[in-house]
Ligand binder design. Structure first.
Ligand code: HEC
Length: 79
């Protein structure tokens, strides 16, 4: 349970810069870091919406998870 809480906290805090990746990695085993990367990259695909794209529509890897304007909008007005 504690491990799940750490993983979820890193999922939320790493992309917005509340925790630096190197400081977070110091606290965790490499297996936990690999598991977190798998969840962010493969399962939740956070970078699909939070990484800027270049002119060809490819993700700009040096700006991974640094935020961007989304390519889609809600289909109905959102309050
Ligand atoms: C399908 C696109 C999409 C994916 C995938 C996605 N997000 Fe988001 N995310 C958004 C949108 C849209 C918002 C803005 C929501 C709003 O403002 O109401 C947002 C907001 C956020 C915020 C709040 C940012 C702020 O400054 O308020 C964080 C943190 C965040 N996402 C982290 C993540 C993480 C971590 C993942 C992967 C687990 C993820 N997102 C995956 C679209 C996405």
């Amino acid at each position: 349970m504690k491990r799940l809480i750490v993983e979820l906290a890193l999922l939320v805090c790493l992309p917005v810069g509340w925790v630096s990746p190197s400081a977070a990695a110091d606290q965790l085993s490499s297996a936990e870091v690999r598991r977190g990367k798998y969840l962010v990259v493969e399962v939740a695909r956070c970078g699909d919406c939070h990484t800027p794209l270049n002119d060809k529509g490819e993700p700009v890897t040096e700006k991974w998870l640094q935020g961007t304007v989304l390519l889609f909008k809600p289909t109905v007005a959102m309050p």
